[in-house]
Unconditional design. Structure first.
Length: 173
């Protein structure tokens, strides 16, 4: 039973790795789209990225159940923690081909996920920086389009007349 559970968990890790790598490639493409200023391509890639993440989340739920099955099959332990690192520690003591494969896949999974997260953070930072730069340029353009207050502005050449009922005062009187 433990072998079957470990194989199933390894299969989930392998499937997730494929999706994570695809999502990572999409993040790299998003980075290039951001650098080129290709908004349409970025929107398309963002949609694609979201669909990868939905599928990864779905597999993560199934992987979590498979991890629980492996954990339970390994026997009782004083820790009830079900983290990936704890599972790897428990598997490290086993001299089993499937356990070794599972630990290898778990290590690659963690590394790929870390890379994906780093790329995502880099793209978010790049978007924020780009947005701030665009806002500064727009503010500069807007400021340049406004007439300066201290600059000379020619007046209206037409004679200005006061209201029809105005009273003229003679200062000499």
């Amino acid at each position: 039973m433990a072998q079957t559970a470990m194989k199933q968990l390894a299969d989930f890790f392998a499937a997730e790795l494929i999706l994570i790598r695809a999502a990572r490639e999409t993040e790299k493409e998003k980075n290039r789209a951001i650098m080129k200023g290709d908004g349409k391509r970025l929107a398309l890639l963002t949609s694609k990225s979201e669909s990868w993440l939905v599928e990864i989340d779905r597999l993560a739920e199934e992987r979590s159940r498979a991890m629980r099955a492996v954990w339970d099959n390994l026997g009782p332990t004083e820790s009830e923690s079900l983290s990936l690192r704890d599972l790897e520690r428990r598997l490290a003591g086993l001299e089993d081909k499937e356990a070794t494969r599972l630990m290898e896949l778990a290590g690659r999974y963690r590394a790929e996920l870390t890379d994906l997260y780093a790329l995502n953070q880099e793209n978010q930072l790049l978007l924020v920086t780009t947005s701030q730069s665009i806002q500064r340029v727009l503010a500069d353009i807007q400021e340049a389009a406004q007439p300066e207050k201290d600059a000379y502005q020619p007046g209206d050449k037409r004679t200005r007349r006061g209201p029809a009922n105005s009273i003229l005062l003679n200062a000499n009187a």
